[in-house]
Design a protein around this ligand. Structure first.
Ligand SMILES: NC(=O)c1ccc[n+]([C@@H]2O[C@H](COP(=O)([O-])OP(=O)(O)OC[C@H]3O[C@@H](n4cnc5c(N)ncnc54)[C@H](O)[C@@H]3O)[C@@H](O)[C@H]2O)c1
Length: 270
């Protein structure tokens, strides 16, 4: 994709991976809208890159519609919509211990937000015969995140919805990529760029933003910023029981070495 003058929206664009994408796309000449719950940070970043900011709660369909309408009115038809907003709450105990509220929040942020964006934009994209969705899932959407069943289940659903989009609308001229990073040094897991130095399993948000641009340019559906994830996916597909046994060993290792199956430091184990 030639990003020059393209109109791009990034949800969750005020922090972490989203903010790195905003800077990357803007640097390539795109006109970018930073959409986030955190309006102060979104506006600050938009001012830095010469873009626009809009407050948007991605769990609200009317907010997503207003975002798409506002961006279209201000900058023109949306060429690329990045559904990136996400969260990780973990679980207090067993695999079903997170509250229903936490499960529904994961579902709404990680899945329904992607559905709302597609519903808002597909008719006009189909009519134009062009448009692109980048839906940010996770390696947990292909594998699993120990200690967060709601995150893992909803990220799987996000991958599946992206597949449905790609199958249903590839012939309409619409591109779809699903980004599935492993560990990235962002506020989501309380880590920063310095933590990533010397740890290949922990990437910086800038590295992931570059991998995303490369993936879009290659019209790649599944963007694996951490290539090793592709190897794990093959192992899981070839022998699910052996893969589960490996994950159980990893859980024991995490509890022994990290004191708990905490998500923040998992990158040190893989
Ligand atoms: N950091 C990682 O290790 C990692 C790994 C794989 C996938 N991801 C995914 O990458 C995406 C970005 O994560 P990040 O690490 O940059 O996190 P982050 O916490 O740095 O940024 C997330 C942003 O999303 C925004 N947000 C959250 N809920 C929102 C809502 N309802 N409406 C609008 N904005 C909302 C937050 O305000 C924040 O600015 C998420 O989807 C996450 O699941 C992250």
């Amino acid at each position: 994709m030639d990003f020059q003058d393209k109109v791009v929206v990034v949800t969750g664009g005020a922090s972490g991976i989203g903010a790195a994408m905003v800077r990357k796309f803007s640097g390539l000449g795109a006109r970018v809208c930073v959409a986030d719950l955190n309006m102060d940070a979104a506006q600050g970043l938009a001012d830095q890159v010469g873009g626009m900011a809009m407050r948007c709660d991605v769990t609200s369909e009317s907010d997503i519609v207003a975002l798409c309408d506002g961006v279209t009115a201000t900058m023109g038809p949306i060429d690329l919509f990045v559904s990136n907003a996400g969260l990780g709450r973990g679980q207090p105990g067993h695999a079903a211990s997170a509250s229903n509220e936490t499960w529904m929040l994961n579902w709404n942020v990680h899945v329904m937000a992607h559905v709302y964006a597609a519903r808002a934009l597909l008719p006009q994209m189909i009519e134009r015969g062009s448009g692109y969705f980048v839906n940010v899932a996770s390696a947990a959407g292909l594998l699993n995140q120990i200690g967060d069943a709601a995150y893992s289940a909803t990220k799987h659903a996000a991958v599946s919805f992206a597949e449905s989009l790609a199958i249903s609308h590839g012939n309409d001229g619409i591109g779809v990529s699903v980004l599935c990073p492993q560990y990235v040094a962002t506020p989501l897991i309380d880590l920063a760029d310095d933590d990533a130095a010397g740890h290949p399993s922990l990437m910086t948000a800038d590295d992931v933003a570059q991998a995303t641009v490369d993936g879009i340019n290659n019209k790649q559906f599944r963007i694996l910023s951490h290539p090793v994830v592709g190897e794990y996916v093959k192992v899981r597909a070839n022998d699910p029981d052996a893969w589960l046994e490996g994950m159980r060993r990893l859980k024991i290792k995490a509890e022994r070495e990290l004191g708990q199956a905490g998500i923040k430091d998992f990158y040190k184990l893989v």
